[in-house]
Design a protein around this ligand. Structure first.
Ligand code: FNR
Length: 366
């Protein structure tokens, strides 16, 4: 897929932090694409809150620990990964680099990372998993009704995807920028027509939301997917409990990177309530606002099994294709290892037992 070293090699090789990729990406991308990638919804309150929540959390160092032999390995549903940094599903990746999702999948594979491929991928599910050479997870958007949704999930499973993550926080299609001709959701069937509204009916309740999934649909889907099924976009503890009661195998605490309903809590702030409701019954992942290895650590310290990044790896993709994505993952992993070492942890399990400085009076290792 990557035939030559990108012309950008000189600039990105010197990048010392993920934030530098943001600058490179902004300089490279068309302003409309940059806005599509960067902006949150409305005033961007949640977008900002996500990053602020990580900034507020403080880590207490624990010097003098012998951390030789430490590692960041994680196991998710029987799959081993070298570290808990996961590539979140991001739509239309050919917008950001001509190698698209395949480049991200190659990078994930090279860095022994998990990637979730979006229902709105701009390359086929089959070619993406072939580029990865290892199982990926499939992010499922509800396709307006049950049979279309199941056809899409079954196509992914037949192609070798090893888990399905149903995203439920964006049931109504957001206004996406005008896509260029060569970029589209190639894996989807033609969209369903919206129901005709009767006099006095609401476009929202009776139009768009008539094609959104409900708890009954989730229960039905659970019955049809034999592999792990996770729910992405959970922020309320009661919803977490209900999803588990319906048989979901895991949850992703996420506000879609602040792109859907503005004013919802930062994912990190919503996490304690969810973790209490879940009580260790299923793995919980988190995304929205993770920008560094120490952010990854801060989320792990609240007990999550793994942490997803969205925009940061797309900055890498836009800058230098697969190499850029791989470098972003590697930079974050290095930062995570350094943070773990300075906090006296030798594995992810140790990090999950840490209490951060701003969480009550107890400081440091529990
Ligand atoms: C997304 N996200 C997303 N989520 C999803 O479930 N399906 C999708 O197709 C997309 N598409 C998408 C496009 C773009 C441009 C962005 C930035 C995000 C949300 C994504 O999976 C994740 O929840 C957020 O990106 C996490 O926040 P950060 O890391 O971007 O702050």
């Amino acid at each position: 897929m990557i035939h030559t070293l990108p012309k950008t090699a000189a600039c990105f090789e010197n990048a010392r932090a993920v934030a530098e990729y943001k600058l490179h990406a902004q300089a490279r991308l068309d302003p409309t694409v940059w806005r599509y990638l960067s902006e949150g919804s409305e005033a961007g309150v949640t977008l900002l809150a996500n990053e602020r929540a990580f900034e507020r959390a403080r880590i207490v160092p624990r010097p003098l620990a012998d951390v030789r032999g430490g590692h960041t390995r994680v196991n998710l549903f029987g799959q081993e990964f070298a570290h808990p940094i996961v590539l979140a599903p991001v739509a239309y990746q050919k917008l950001f680099h001509s190698d698209g999702e395949c480049a991200s999948a190659m990078a994930a594979s090279a860095q022994d990372a998990l990637m979730l491929v979006s229902s709105l991928a701009s390359q086929t599910l089959e070619e993406i998993i072939q580029a990865a050479e290892k199982p990926l997870w499939f992010q499922l958007y509800w396709q307006g009704e049950r049979s279309r949704t199941l056809r899409l999930a079954q196509r992914a499973l037949a192609a070798g995807y090893s888990a399905v993550v149903l995203t439920v926080d964006a049931p109504v299609k957001q206004a996406v920028m005008q896509l260029p001709e060569d970029v589209r959701a190639v894996n989807l069937e033609t969209p369903l027509a919206l129901p005709l509204l009767l006099q006095g009916q609401s476009q929202v309740f009776d139009g768009w939301m008539a094609q959104a999934p409900t708890w009954a649909d989730l229960e039905w889907l659970r019955g049809h997917i034999k592999l792990p099924l996770l729910l992405k976009g959970v922020l309320h503890p009661d919803d977490a409990a209900r999803a588990i009661a319906l048989g979901c195998d895991g949850l992703v605490v996420s506000n879609h990177g602040g792109r859907v309903l503005d004013g919802v809590p930062a994912s990190l702030d919503a996490l304690p309530g969810i973790m209490a409701a879940v009580a260790g019954r299923v793995p919980v992942l988190l995304d929205s606002g993770v920008r560094s290895g120490s952010d990854v650590f801060k989320a792990l310290s609240q007990g999550v099994a793994a942490v997803m990044i969205g925009r940061p790896y797309i900055w890498g993709l836009a800058t230098a294709g697969a190499l850029g994505v791989a470098h972003v993952i590697r930079l974050m992993r290095d930062e995570l290892e350094m943070t773990l070492a300075l906090v006296g942890c030798t594995c992810i399990g140790d990090a999950q037992r840490i209490i951060l400085a701003n969480q009550g009076s107890k400081m440091g290792q529990a």
